[in-house]
Design a protein around this ligand. Structure first.
Ligand code: PGA
Length: 255
């Protein structure tokens, strides 16, 4: 059984003060439902320490980061390392989000180096993949996913792969209000798992958790989370509202 993992990707939102008010409401709304799934709050770097402090007594809610650099230290202005995140009790790191890929030019090769660096530092990567609308319309979904999987995850051991979370995020569904249908998402997830089985093996692929991301909200979470190969959600916009995010977690916990 794969334990579902629901992550709140706050993107470039939330000051430390806003994060504190958010968590007060979120933890109250969540109650004990958070224990049935893994919940990860992914704040901007500047709020990580505050969020870690506030979650130190909330066993079931973990902290993630939105990005990191693959080098250990040095002259890399503006970057942070895996060890710096670990020091702040960060457990997960989102890598290769489509905004990183399209706005900041990250390639599969860069994402791959970051994925290896995260594992070396015992940080669990959440590696994002997904096609654009033009690629979907051009019938290239499988080709794109295959390339991103092989490129971003190259050289991972079977053990490392099982400690990696994948996030299937069709770019056309991110922040657009246009969600993939449960069937479209399930088809992509099944293809991703089949590809993992081809590159590694079936038992390993069966252990990997694959999140869906792209306009997940309380109204569509249950149907999406009920699909066989969907093991959680990476939530952007709706995760900025503590009540909506708690609802999404609760829906997922009952699937
Ligand atoms: P969205 O973002 O939920 O606002 O579509 C998802 C993401 O980018 O991770």
């Amino acid at each position: 059984m794969r334990k579902k993992i629901i992550a709140a990707n706050w993107k470039m939102n939330m000051t430390c003060g806003e994060a504190a008010s958010y968590l007060e409401i979120f933890l109250r709304e969540l109650g004990t439902d958070g224990e049935k799934v893994e919940v990860v709050i992914v704040p901007p770097f500047t709020a990580i320490q505050k969020v870690s402090e506030l979650l130190s007594t909330a066993q079931s809610v973990k902290v993630g980061a939105q990005n990191m650099y693959f080098e250990k230290s040095g002259a890399f202005t503006g970057e942070v390392s895996a060890a710096m995140l670990r020091e702040l009790f960060v457990r997960y790191v989102v890598l290769g989000h489509s905004e990183r890929r399209t706005i900041f030019g990250e390639t599969d090769e860069v994402v791959n180096r970051k994925t290896h660096a995260a594992h070396e530092a015992v940080l669990k990567p959440i590696v994002c993949i997904g096609e654009t609308l033009a690629e979907r319309d051009g019938g290239k979904v499988e080709e794109v996913l295959d390339r991103q999987i092989r490129g971003s995850l190259a050289g991972l051991s079977a053990k490392e792969l099982t400690e990696t979370v994948l996030a299937y995020e069709p770019v056309w569904a991110i922040g657009t209000g246009r969600t993939a249908t449960p069937q479209q998402a399930q088809d992509a997830h099944a293809f991703i798992r089949k590809t993992l089985a081809n590159v590694w093996d079936v038992p390993t692929a069966d252990k990997v958790r694959i999140q869906y991301g792209g306009s997940v909200k309380p109204e569509n979470a249950a149907l999406l989370m009920g699909q066989a190969d969907i093991d959680g959600a990476l939530v952007g916009g709706a995760s900025l509202d503590p009540r909506a995010f708690a609802q999404i977690v609760k829906q997922s916990a009952s699937e």
